[in-house]
Write a protein that binds this ligand. Sequence first.
Ligand code: NAD
Length: 352
Amino acid sequence: MIFVTGGAGFIGANFVLSWLAQSDETVLNYDKLTYAGNLNNLTSLRHDNRHIFVQGDICDGDKLTALFAEHKPRAIVHFAAESHVDRSIHGPAAFVTTNINGTFSLLEAARAYWNSLEAQEKKDFRFLHVSTDEVYGTLGPEDPPFSETTAYAPNSPYSASKAASDHLVRAYHHTYGMPVLTTNCSNNYGPYHFPEKLIPLIITNARAGKDLPVYGDGQQVRDWLFVTDHCAAIRRVLEDGRLGETYNVGGWNEQTNLSVVHTICDLLDELQPKAQGSYRDQIKHITDRPGHDRRYAIDARKIERELGWKPAETFTTGLRKTVEWYLANDAWVAQVQSGDYMKWVDLQYSNK
Ligand code: NAD
């Protein structure tokens, strides 16, 4: 059995679904179900006894300890986090609590459990920490992409809290010998992505006839990776990653935010044309986010060289799949948009 934290969120749910599509090994999915956790992402597993869902907080060390003792996982894959940069600007406390204190509680419970294992189980155990490229800060237009040896320079409360959690995970390897692995991935996109993040926000706002908010000049550059490619990378690192190492994961696919928005509008113009005009007419430039990093880019050569992982999707194929998924899943979108958090999204992007 593997123990997944945050498996009701965007990437975690895609990971659980893809894991169970490829393996019969049981997943215990431990998630607090914050605004970002959504069991509707996992409805296809409702009657699947290979998936055990437990609602809980990673800050609750006693609960984690009891679950480890009962279920004896061979690995922990840690996705649970507060993940939205804009929210971290408005309310950083939850990011410190979950991303730093929560990861610490999880590591402590995992360390005690790992120490209790028999020699062979102890050797085989893995703790995989899922992190972000945002810990490396921002790049100039001519800088080389982030590699695993790039110095950490986080600029938002979100990235600072993730950086702290990365350091704790690293320290548990160097101090206690725990068999840890860390992945630092670029921006993900794909099915089940909450519409507070750029790509699903643009798709859902466009279809609703609303403004398409673009921060500042829209020339911020991000690397984009289709979510199932990220899930495949995590599986490869879990299988064969070298203990204590970090692996950068990216799509070799740098895009400006504005060009992402244009591409989505063009896909929608093709797949669901408006009666008049283009979806591009709805684009509205709004005040830039404070401290907005200008460019992220990932050098993913290490994971390719050592583990043979490469993305299967290009941005063109992945974005088309994503737009098609949103067009085919109105019920999921409606359910998510009925939640309270959408009020926050509306307020945030209206510049009020
Ligand atoms: P998400 O916000 O969609 O999901 C986070 C999940 O964690 C939710 O299900 C939520 O309920 C759960 N959670 C939050 N606090 C919790 C707590 N205290 N205890 C237990 N569960 C809790 O996030 P995501 O986009 O799926 O990201 C997952 C992980 O991947 C995060 O660690 C994030 O930093 C990392 N990451 C994300 C991206 C991206 O582009 N989205 C890129 C690289 C890395």
